[in-house]
Design a protein around this ligand. Structure first.
Ligand code: HEC
Ligand code: HEC
Ligand code: HEC
Ligand code: HEC
Ligand code: HEC
Ligand code: HEC
Ligand code: HEC
Ligand code: HEC
Ligand code: HEC
Ligand code: HEC
Length: 344
């Protein structure tokens, strides 16, 4: 089975990439299981590719095939050859020892990969010219899309990144290097340029304000993270949201009890989803409710005029104080196994 046969690929609206790259990436990928350098035969590749359709592991493209593609990068000199990272080190010792050797990309040197040149392209012309900076791929000269393309050659088959090309972020000019830095990451994990929450707030001030409201998911103290609900690399649903197994809202990963299955479901929970009644980030109302008074929330739907599907409230529900606290009686507001009116 080829990568394209995976259901995840079918839903994707991936932009057309360079043809050579596309067919290559679609047919050859190998699982990076700690030993990126181990030589990969065609048969192994095919087998592990099938493996990938079951979504099991992170994969990388085999380094021995990178030559053609890095030499096509903007800034690369046609005909340049690989010289090896040891040669780069002779002049760029600081980058090598302080900003490469101790990063995950050092793994590129195990086996057949080229290290520096896997990202910067073959370096012979650059070296022969005693370091002419125009004769090597410089990320500072690439557009976000071009730079991301370089990264995606190895990382796109990873499920985390599989929809990056179609993500809201890339479409708005936010490429990998807005969040990651291979040489100058400040975070110990994932080569991030800043602690995740601060990184996101750097561009999302509105959300920062939302998480400062009295009732909120405690993202600011690290109890949960933006990336628990969102995938910054894009997803196949709106708002770059993750989904829980079975396409349930991501919320049910942590609040499983709200989703049932129930003998008596409260229809909007499944149909409109959690955000029909809750704000996900923060709210001035307890329980992250969208509306300050619970009865007003319920009456948005349970009014005789609203919608023929939705029953109005019975006439004995006078709007005196006793009946305003709807969830005092209808306590199992997300659904119940015992009672069609959600009393228990
Ligand atoms: C003979 C010494 C020498 C060797 C070998 C060498 N470089 Fe350079 N490199 C330089 C010099 C000099 C510069 C220019 C530095 C500057 O302008 O600040 C440079 C610049 C660069 C730049 C651009 C930096 C920027 O400011 O954007 C990159 C990327 C780079 N080198 C990568 C490499 C890689 C990868 C290798 C190995 C294939 C390599 N270099 C080998 C001397 C060398
Ligand atoms: C995973 C891809 C990748 C690898 C591998 C890599 N680089 Fe870079 N390099 C980058 C990116 C991206 C930048 C832009 C700065 C940044 O985001 O960290 C960069 C920037 C640079 C610069 C510009 C100066 C600077 O500090 O930003 C030099 C010089 C350089 N790299 C040399 C090297 C050398 C030498 C190696 C091998 C020892 C190497 N790179 C390996 C991706 C890579
Ligand atoms: C908007 C910010 C942002 C952008 C853009 C972004 N990332 Fe990430 N990336 C993150 C964050 C945050 C994490 C950590 C996620 C977590 O903890 O679940 C991460 C994690 C990762 C990881 C490790 C996690 C894993 O499960 O594989 C890789 C690899 C990665 N990113 C690569 C990339 C590449 C390649 C690109 C560009 C194609 C990219 N990222 C673009 C924010 C970003
Ligand atoms: C030639 C293949 C290749 C290229 C190109 C490449 N990477 Fe990587 N990347 C790797 C390998 C191999 C690792 C180490 C994987 C591991 O340790 O699981 C890695 C690790 C990472 C990680 C850390 C993952 C984690 O789980 O913490 C991030 C983030 C990342 N790369 C981002 C980038 C970005 C951004 C670019 C583009 C500038 C890039 N990579 C280009 C091969 C590549
Ligand atoms: C508890 C899950 C959750 C967490 C944690 C979370 N989000 Fe969201 N976010 C959502 C949901 C759900 C939506 C969609 C809201 C809607 O459609 O009404 C959303 C929407 C957004 C939007 C789109 C704008 C909007 O209001 O519709 C942005 C931007 C965003 N979130 C950024 C962030 C950032 C940045 C963080 C971390 C600081 C974060 N989110 C943390 C669930 C979450
Ligand atoms: C470099 C700036 C930048 C960073 C950093 C950044 N974003 Fe964004 N983000 C944007 C832009 C620009 C958009 C598209 C415009 C918009 O919706 O605000 C966007 C859109 C989004 C959306 C989708 C909104 C929609 O309408 O679909 C979500 C969700 C989101 N970002 C979450 C995050 C998370 C989580 C992080 C941290 C891991 C993060 N962003 C980091 C700039 C950034
Ligand atoms: C990663 C786990 C996680 C995810 C995903 C998550 N939540 Fe939460 N949620 C929590 C935790 C933990 C608390 C308790 C927060 C606290 O004590 O500060 C909480 C609290 C709440 C509360 C307030 C409960 C109370 O007693 O006041 C509501 C409502 C809520 N979440 C709704 C949602 C919705 C809606 C979503 C999806 C958009 C969601 N949650 C996604 C972990 C999660
Ligand atoms: C029809 C409106 C509605 C929908 C849809 C809804 N909720 Fe609620 N939810 C409420 C109300 C009202 C409360 C407050 C109950 C109370 O005050 O006792 C609540 C309370 C909560 C609480 C606090 C703990 C609890 O059980 O009382 C969590 C957590 C929660 N909801 C999560 C979710 C999640 C996750 C979803 C989606 C699967 C969801 N809600 C969908 C109305 C709704
Ligand atoms: C987003 C719209 C919406 C909101 C808000 C909402 N409901 Fe509902 N509710 C429905 C729908 C739709 C049904 C299913 C009607 C049917 O059986 O076809 C329903 C069913 C019910 C039922 C069961 C009625 C029956 O005859 O089986 C009760 C009780 C109920 N809701 C109470 C509440 C309460 C209390 C609140 C406020 C906490 C509330 N609802 C908020 C849409 C909503
Ligand atoms: C004092 C307890 C109590 C409170 C408070 C309460 N209800 Fe009820 N609710 C009931 C009872 C009892 C029934 C009828 C059950 C039956 O018919 O057997 C009912 C039935 C309903 C029904 C089903 C109507 C139908 O025809 O299917 C809806 C909808 C409903 N309530 C909504 C609400 C809303 C909205 C609020 C808040 C404004 C609320 N309830 C407050 C006790 C209460």
């Amino acid at each position: 089975m080829s990568a394209k046969a995976s259901p995840l690929f079918q839903g994707a609206c991936l932009p057309r990439r360079h043809l050579a790259i596309k067919s290559f990436a679609a047919t050859i990928a190998f699982v990076l299981a700690g030993s990126i350098g181990s030589s990969v035969t065609g048969a192994q590749t095919a087998g592990q590719n099938a493996n990938r359709s079951s979504g099991s592991q992170q994969e990388m493209t085999p380094a021995k095939n990178l030559a053609k593609r890095t030499s096509e990068m903007p800034g690369a000199v046609p005909g340049a050859k690989y010289v090896g990272a040891d040669t780069c080190k002779t002049c760029h010792d600081e980058i090598y020892t302080k900003h490469f050797e101790n990063t995950p990309h050092f793994a590129l040197l195990q086996g057949h990969a080229h290290g520096c040149e896997d990202c910067h392209g073959p370096g012979s012309a650059h070296v022969d010219s005693a370091g002419d900076p125009t004769k090597i791929v410089r990320f500072s000269q690439l557009s976000p899309a071009q730079a991301s393309q370089r990264c995606l050659e190895c990382h796109e088959t990873n499920l985390e990144n599989v929809n990056f090309s179609g993500s809201v972020h890339l479409r708005n000019g936010v490429g990998c290097l807005a969040c990651h830095s291979p040489h100058h990451a400040t975070e110990p994990d994932h080569l991030l340029k800043n602690q995740q929450t601060l990184l996101c707030y750097g561009c999302h001030a509105t959300q920062k304000a939302e998480f400062e409201r009295p009732y909120r998911h405690r993202v600011n103290v690290g109890l949960i993270q933006c990336s628990d609900c969102h995938n910054p690399h894009g997803t196949f649903v709106d708002r770059q949201l993750r989904t829980a197994a079975g396409q349930f809202p991501i919320c049910t990963n942590c609040h499983a009890e709200t989703m049932g299955p129930f003998a008596f479901e409260h229809v909007p929970v499944r149909q409109e989803g959690c955000t029909a009644c809750h704000t996900p980030h923060g709210s001035t109302n307890p329980r992250l409710l969208r509306v300050s008074q619970v009865n007003l929330l319920c009456m948005q739907c349970h009014t005789p005029t609203a919608n023929s599907n939705v029953p109005g409230i019975p006439s004995f529900h006078t709007q005196n104080a006793k009946y305003q606290a709807c969830t005092m009686c209808h306590t199992q507001i997300h659904g119940s196994n015992f009672d069609e009116f959600f009393f228990r």
